[in-house]
Design a protein around this ligand. Structure first.
Ligand SMILES: Cc1cc2nc3c(=O)[nH]c(=O)nc-3n(C[C@H](O)[C@H](O)[C@H](O)COP(=O)(O)O)c2cc1C
Length: 362
């Protein structure tokens, strides 16, 4: 099985099957309604800067695809929509294009379609270790990227029949990469990053992580379907068992923030209220991936239509919490309920910082 054909399997499964985790950790967070917002809605400004460029909203369409001729159009539509909306975009793993040059244009077409927005390249951490840090410059050049995400996907690799489980030496590879010219973002793919790994990454010179926590797409789930397709019952069972493995996205945001990293919120971000909650926890931006896949198989307009409500709900959340700019969201009072509260408590985080007492406790 080639990297390229595996990518097509993944897309097909993500389009046709329920592949999300059962938990919705963002539902445990409540932004406190400000009955007297004391701002005019017209004064709300959702812009922010990211990787030296200006965005109209703190949003990224997450890394998904490229690497097969059939998916080039998906990438182009995502790019056109991101460009029209003034938000950032990540491409899927560029590994296939390193292996087969004829696939380069399934990635580079993204930059042609979106000349001005921040675009994030992508490669697996195991691939980085094998190729050496120089590969980042090739990847960045391929799409004129503003940064390259190095993804961690050991949950997925564990459930994949051909999974690559050589995780030894990854931190050293990341440390060398962090010293290079190309800005890197360490990105999970649905299982989150705990503070212990965030501490190691920070010590290795990493400045930014994309948590991609539990709460959205489950790669164990996707690989369970693939295992079933090839009749591997035991691996299918493993996929089902580990379907909801990982650190919930809001918990991961707080844990990574505690280590001084810039944090992108992802994994189950499904609307603009989730974006507002992410920023209230201290994330700089939020990212959504899976919900954009189906619209991108239709046309660019469908992707724009799917993203617009995120921006609208973000504006409403900002109005109802009295924020005229997105940075102010980091100070709005917030209550943490349910399993997320238990998680944070068990991990030793002071809940008062994330409650209505936040303003008083400062
Ligand atoms: C079809 C598909 C392909 C993906 N491929 C990649 C990839 O190549 N590299 C990567 O870092 N993440 C990849 N992801 C993971 C997403 O970028 C994101 O981290 C994850 O889906 C969680 O976000 P979500 O719940 O909004 O989908 C992929 C996701 C989907 C749905």
């Amino acid at each position: 099985m080639t990297t390229s054909s595996r990518k097509l399997d993944h897309i097909k499964i993500c389009l046709e099957k329920p592949v999300e985790s059962e938990c919705r950790p963002f539902d445990d967070l409540v932004l406190i309604h400000k009955a007297l917002p004391e701002i005019d809605e017209a004064d709300i400004d959702t812009t922010c800067s990211f990787l030296g460029k200006r965005l109209k909203a703190p949003l990224i369409i997450g890394a998904m695809t490229g690497g097969h001729p059939d998916v080039k159009e998906i990438n182009v539509r995502l790019a056109e929509a991101a460009s029209e909306l003034g938000i950032a975009l990540g491409v899927g793993s560029q590994r296939a294009a390193l292996e087969d040059k004829s696939l380069v244009d399934t990635f580079s077409a993204v930059r042609d379609a979106a000349p001005n927005i921040p675009i994030i390249g992508n490669i697996g951490a195991v691939q980085l270790k094998r190729s050496g840090p120089e590969v980042l410059e090739r990847l960045a050049e391929m799409i004129d990227a503003d940064a390259v995400a190095v993804h961690l996907n050991f949950l997925q690799e564990s459930i994949q029949p051909e999974g690559d489980k050589e995780a030894n030496g990854i931190l050293d590879a990341i440390q060398s990469a962090a010293r290079g010219k190309v800005p890197i973002i360490i990105k999970e793919t649905g299982a989150g990053i705990p503070w212990e790994a965030a501490r190691d990454l920070a010590n290795a010179g990493v400045k930014m992580v994309d948590v991609s926590g539990l709460g959205g797409l489950s790669w164990a789930g996707v690989e369970a379907y693939r295992a079933a397709m090839v009749g591997d019952d035991e691996l299918e069972e493993m996929g089902r068992l580990f379907w909801s493995w990982g650190i919930p996205t809001p918990v991961s945001i707080i844990e990574c923030k505690s280590q001084g990293l810039d944090v992108i919120s992802s994994g189950g971000v499904r609307n603009g209220l989730d974006v507002a909650k992410s920023l209230a926890l201290g994330a700089i931006l939020a990212e959504t991936a899976l919900p954009m896949l189906k619209p991108a198989t239709e046309d660019t307009k469908a992707v724009v239509k799917a993203i617009n409500p995120y921006i609208r709900a973000l504006r409403i959340s900002m109005f109802l919490t009295g924020c005229t700019n997105v940075r102010q969201l980091a100070r709005v009072p917030l209550v943490v309920l349910g399993r997320t509260r238990v998680w944070l408590d068990a991990r030793g985080f002071d809940l008062r910082k994330f409650s209505v007492y936040r303003e008083l406790a400062k």
